[in-house]
Ligand binder design. Structure first.
Ligand code: PLP
Length: 305
């Protein structure tokens, strides 16, 4: 596929991580954040087959959904610009000017932004709302929030093939569990797969995994778990502990984690290891799913702490 030429998977090296305290397992981070400056992390894998589908079915425009700081909206706008699709971002909430760094980037990529109220945004997956969008914008390919559909699951299922060592656990941050579902499918009951929820009370994540994996493969898998104890109060909520951990990890490893997804995931792995959740000497591979662009939007919150 032509899109793939732009993406450099060989840049996603596996980095052994040093922690501020000694732990009795080996933790590695698969650096999917490095495969492209803008279209990277799990978002590339989730977009890949959606872009291919758009091309094969002669869609000129891709429409998708997200919050004002969304990594998915950011990546989709860059993919559109790079690969020749028009893009429309349906953004939750009101327009705030000047545009934040995420949305200003999407505008440079000529993404058309369409703001909807929070209550309308909640209807985004309904047929009525999608039909209304199609009436308004014409024959657009609609990709759900976070990119999570079965084509995204197919893309994410290829991630385990890239991991070049033998390991026991594969860990990702989870927002919709699309990525987690893809990993589970790719591994076909091998290894153990963990999703660290970045949302509070996100019981729906397990339902999503059951739904996506069954829809995709008509199989049931049991080698996975959603961890619910490391959301730090909810989506994009942070505290000093988390930020100080992220800063220490950066100093020790020269790796940047974002406070919304990958920071919480690695914090979870470190804390679980200290609590002997894993057996001694196990190898744990964590995905760096990208999301670095979102740090800018969190800076104010971090400074106010
Ligand atoms: C979107 C995103 C996730 C969550 O992926 P899901 O497939 O929605 O669970 C994790 N990490 C980063 C950096 C993301 O941008």
């Amino acid at each position: 596929m032509s899109f793939e030429n732009e993406i450099n998977l060989s840049k996603a090296f596996l980095q052994k991580i040093n922690f501020p305290e000694k732990i009795n397992v080996n933790v590695f981070v698969k650096r999917l954040d490095l495969i492209h400056p803008f279209i990277n992390g799990n978002k590339w894998f989730k977009l890949k087959y959606n872009l291919q589908y758009a091309k094969e079915n002669d869609y000129k425009t891709i429409l998708t959904f997200g919050g004002a700081f969304s990594n998915h909206i950011h990546a989709t706008s860059a993919a559109g610009k790079n690969f020749g699709f028009k893009t429309i971002g349906v953004i939750r909430g009101e327009e705030h000017l000047p545009l934040n760094p995420t949305l200003s980037f999407t505008s440079k990529n000529e993404m058309k932004l369409f703001y909807v109220s929070r209550s309308d945004y909640r209807k985004k997956d309904s047929t009525e709302f999608k039909d209304w969008l199609k009436q308004k914008f014409g024959n657009v390919l609609i990709i759900p929030e976070g990119g999570s559909n079965l084509l995204a699951i197919k893309g994410a299922s290829e991630i385990p093939n890239l991991i070049e060592i033998d390991y026991d656990y594969l860990v990702t941050a989870s927002g919709t569990a699309g990525t987690l579902s893809g990993l589970i499918i790719g591994l076909q009951n091998r290894k153990k797969v963990l999703g660290v929820s970045v949302l509070k009370g996100a019981e729906f994540l397990s339902n999503n995994v059951n739904h996506f994996t069954y829809e995709y493969s008509k199989q049931k898998f049991t080698n996975w778990n959603v961890i619910h104890d490391y959301h730090f109060g909810g989506y994009a909520k942070i505290n000093r502990n988390l930020i100080s951990f992220i800063n220490q990890i950066e100093k020790l490893n020269d790796i940047i984690l974002d406070p919304i997804y990958t920071g919480k995931m690695l914090f979870a792995v470190f804390d679980l290891a200290k609590k002997n959740y894993f057996m001694k000497n196990k190898n744990i591979v964590c995905l760096h799913t990208g999301g670095i662009q979102g740090i800018e939007g969190m800076k104010e919150k971090i400074l106010l702490m």
